[in-house]
Design a protein around this ligand. Structure first.
Ligand code: P6P
Length: 337
């Protein structure tokens, strides 16, 4: 069976006029950086890279050594790429314009270098999430404000999941495609062209320990899920929660489901736990390109006008009809107010 490498896939996308040479090369650089992260993650206890780095990030979260290592790998890989104007990361307080001595390009790269890293020390799948935007015209040195573009402006998005196999899931706006890392050759090989999420599901992913903190519409929705076929939904549901967004979203892209991280009143000032710019937006584009849906419980994630680089949002994503049902509960509650 002839194999399609990521390199060939990207050249074909460029030949079809769907991406530019610069975007092709940027994606190839990010993929190579993810291969390096996969090697670092795969060393586990033998690499001296587990545990806390002893530092915190802008989110006020303790950084794992691998958070910092992964962030550095992505920055170093892109330094000489020549395609970026600036980077932004969960692990950096502010965006970073490309230093003057490096070649510059027209793209903005945002990433969560190692999402789910609290799972690293217990050997559960984690991943790198990335999003690519265009640098606004006329801007020479981009600042944080230049990143504040809605998810519909993304020219590419993807994640790499470091699991039993390392897989890169990518969209450039024409479908969502899966590549598997061939560890012997070091290349990503196309393993599924055109992933499709089933429109209906019987599987939901949520951290149920927060139930008492949810708003009434969320309580009502989950109560009806749990009532199963004896309740208004008329069917039984199963639950999965890996607490690693990349792993939960990958399962949903592969077999359907709904992933929810709603607002809760544990910290009312926070609109949600997950970040819009480098988690919800890239995952939202990947899911929509696979026939799914992504909302914040009320509106489409990709149409949210960002107000901050590390802004948080509630996330409902996955099987289109189930996301619509969960969103209906919230919109109906708003109308009843
Ligand atoms: P909780 C990981 O820390 C993360 O950002 C996502 O990957 C994951 O979906 C979520 O938080 C898990 O949150 O509150 O269940 O630990």
């Amino acid at each position: 069976m002839s194999r399609t490498s990521l390199t060939r896939f990207l050249v074909e996308e460029q030949q079809a006029g769907r991406i530019t040479a610069d975007l092709r090369q940027l994606i190839a650089i990010v993929a190579r950086a993810c291969t390096s992260i996969s090697i670092a993650v795969g060393k586990g206890a033998l690499g001296g890279v587990l545990g806390d780095a002893g530092t915190g990030n802008v989110q006020g979260e303790a950084q794992k050594k691998l958070d910092v290592i992964s962030n550095d790998i992505l920055l170093e890989a892109n330094a000489w790429g020549g395609h970026l104007a600036a980077c932004a990361s969960e692990e950096m307080d502010h965006s970073t314009p490309m230093p003057a001595e490096y070649p510059h390009g027209d793209f903005l790269l945002l990433f969560d270098p190692l999402d789910g890293s609290s799972n690293i020390d217990v050997n559960v799948s984690v991943g790198t999430i990335f999003s690519v935007l265009r640098k606004p015209a006329g801007v020479d040195v981009p600042g944080d404000g230049d990143f504040l573009q809605p998810g519909t402006a993304q020219v590419a998005a993807g994640y790499t999941i470091y699991g039993p196999s390392t897989m890169l899931i990518l969209t450039v706006g024409h479908g969502t495609h899966a590549f598997t890392l061939d560890r012997e050759t070091g290349e990503f090989v196309l393993s599924q062209r055109g992933m499709r999420i089933p429109e209906d599901t019987r599987e939901f992913a949520i951290n149920m320990s927060n139930q008492r903190h949810w708003e009434p519409a969320m309580q009502a929705y989950v109560t009806d899920l749990l009532a199963g076929k004896t309740g208004p939904r008329g069917k039984d549901f199963n639950m999965r929660w890996i607490a690693s967004m990349v792993a939960d979203v990958h399962r949903i892209l592969t077999r359907g489901g709904i992933f929810i991280y709603p607002w809760d009143k544990k910290d009312p000032s926070k609109p949600g736990k997950l970040r819009l710019m480098y988690e919800a937006n890239p995952m939202g584009l990947l899911v929509e390109q696979a026939g799914g849906a992504a909302t914040n419980g009320r509106e489409r994630i990709l149409e949210i006008e960002p107000t901050g680089l590390h802004q948080r949002v509630p996330v409902f994503l996955g099987s289109k009809n189930e996301v619509a049902e969960a969103t209906r509960y919230h919109r109906n509650a708003d109308q009843a107010e």
